[in-house]
Design a protein around this ligand. Structure first.
Ligand SMILES: *[C@@H]1O[C@H](CO)[C@@H](O)[C@H](O)[C@H]1NC(C)=O
Ligand SMILES: *[C@@H]1O[C@H](CO)[C@@H](O)[C@H](O)[C@H]1NC(C)=O
Ligand SMILES: [Zn+2]
Length: 479
């Protein structure tokens, strides 16, 4: 009774701010700059302009009815820009969330799609408890070690990460993957947990893996495991629990320190990392890489790494000091993003970098010369190569196409996990390992609740992507 009441209240709240998928079309990405600088709009993980088949650019967003009305009015005399609502049909048929516990309190190990006959499907998305139970199943059946992270979430959840493949010595772990930073990006934890399950099942049976048209040998499976994998499958358990019970397309965590009702609840964990976090100081005033407003989807929090989820994410680097490659799993844009995310890359001026006070107030305008972020050319070559290998594998599965690109894209971000990962080496004066950070966005633009068919296709696509990401990373180097 109580649960039903809570759920229906949450549902009513969701309807009040119902978000409608919208596609904005214009002749060039430049036409979107004004719109994307308004931090009250929701552009998914980050705003990305994409070419359309007929030579225009498109930008996806999730907007309220009021926002659509406002934009239509604002741009009514600008012929070049058109705003189109997209069909809502899909959301009604989104993949169900599991009820109960298919892994029976960690006594049954998950089995991924790569080790099952082709055409097999998984019937539902894991609920919050099942994600933990699935990891428990891997601990029970294989040599996976799971451990609790130091900080409890705002709603009191104990967080956990796990590692496998390189034994007990934590300095032998070189790959780190995390999922569900953004609560509504359904299927992220499933993609990760089923992939680890596949690696372990194939390793144990002596077999390989098959994802659609893409196959991997047992030797490749063994080499990926031997690289040492750390995984943090549910970065935002409070947000995911809320999203799964409300269907509210919830992105942030559930911290009420800065706001206690509606959209003012929560911090965007992926704007809370200690990388140019205080964007008002570091970026040009014309850009909004995050938001200081609690009701924004990109609210940056009360301090760099103010959130327990962020602190726990960072603690993994301390426990595993030789992590070299990091991948943060998001949706939904169909891309693989590489550094940097704060401005265009440049490899010629070492003094023009995120640590230099000379450039405070100048960062973040894409396409200008006032500031571009320094990246050594050898690093840039390496990270592009690994991103290209990843999307090539995802395409080769046979479902759809993906693109790799620099994460700054149309617009900058501050405080994101991928930039934080890469920045640590310089921020700490070379005293810590260099980490190459990526964001993978599976799925279709702003379609955070996949259909069951899409959910299963996402597992195949991402799992092939993870394989080639890891193999390409190994080829570039782990030490
Ligand atoms: C952002 O958009 C809202 C309406 O959707 C509008 O009221 C507000 O003035 C805009 N902000 C800026 C800075 O343009
Ligand atoms: C992989 O398989 C080998 C041989 O069966 C086994 O000894 C090893 O423990 C397995 N590795 C993991 C990480 O499960
Ligand atoms: Zn995201």
């Amino acid at each position: 009774m109580k649960h039903t009441l809570v759920a229906s209240l949450a549902f009513a709240a969701a309807l009040a701010r119902e978000l409608l998928p919208v596609k904005i079309l214009a002749p060039s990405a430049d036409h979107f700059r004004d719109i994307v600088s308004n931090d009250t709009y929701d552009f998914g993980c980050r705003p990305m302009a994409r070419p359309t088949a007929d030579g225009q650019m498109e930008l996806h967003a999730l907007l309220t009815r009021d926002q659509i009305t406002y934009l239509n009015h604002e741009y009514r005399s600008v012929d070049a820009i058109s705003i189109r609502e997209e069909s809502l049909v899909k959301r009604a048929t989104s993949a169900p969330i599991g009820t109960g516990d298919r892994f029976q309190a960690g006594t049954v190990a998950p089995v991924g799609l790569g080790t099952k006959p082709s055409g097999t499907t998984i019937a539902s998305i894991m609920n919050v408890a099942e994600i933990k139970s699935a990891v428990g199943g891997l601990v029970t059946k294989y040599g996976v070690t799971s451990y609790n992270l130091p900080y409890a979430t705002f709603n009191g959840a104990t967080q956990y990460a796990a590692y496998v493949g390189a034994g007990a010595d934590t300095s032998k772990y070189h790959l780190y993957l995390s999922a569900a930073v953004h609560a509504r990006e359904r299927g992220g934890p499933d993609n990760l947990v089923y992939w680890i399950s596949d690696l372990l099942a194939a390793n144990a049976s002596g077999g390989g893996l098959t994802y659609g048209q893409k196959t991997y040998t047992n030797a490749q499976v063994k080499s990926v495991l031997a690289a040492g994998i750390v995984f943090f499958p549910l970065v935002n358990p409070d947000g995911v629990a809320y999203d799964q019970s409300s269907g509210a397309l919830w992105r942030k965590n559930r911290n009420t320190k800065s706001g206690s009702s509606g959209s003012s609840v929560g911090v965007d964990i992926n704007r809370n990392f200690d990388f140019l976090w205080n964007f008002k100081k570091y970026f040009a005033s014309s850009v909004a890489p995050a938001s200081t407003s609690p009701s924004s989807e990109t609210f940056y929090g009360t301090a760099a790494a103010s959130e327990p989820e962020t602190k726990n994410h960072v603690s993994v680097y301390d426990k595993f000091p030789k992590i070299r490659w990091f991948l943060d799993i998001h949706s939904a844009a169909g891309d693989m993003l590489y550094s940097w995310g704060d401005d265009d890359d440049q490899s010629t001026n070492t003094a023009m970098n995120f640590l230099s006070a000379t450039y405070d107030g100048k960062r973040g305008t894409v396409g200008d010369t006032a500031y571009k972020e320094y990246i050594p050319s050898s690093d840039l070559t390496a990270i592009k190569q690994v991103a290209a290998a990843t999307v090539a594998a995802m395409k080769a599965v046979g479902g759809r196409s993906y693109i790799s690109q620099q994460s700054v894209g149309l617009y900058p971000t501050s405080g994101a996990s991928d930039d934080y990962a890469f920045s640590r080496y310089w921020a700490k004066g070379g005293a810590v390992n260099k980490v190459y950070g990526y964001t993978m966005e599976f799925g279709y633009s702003t379609n955070f609740y996949p259909t069951l068919a899409e959910f299963n296709q996402n597992i195949l696509d991402t799992n092939a992507g993870f394989m080639d990401w890891a193999l390409a990373a190994i080829a570039v180097g782990l030490e």
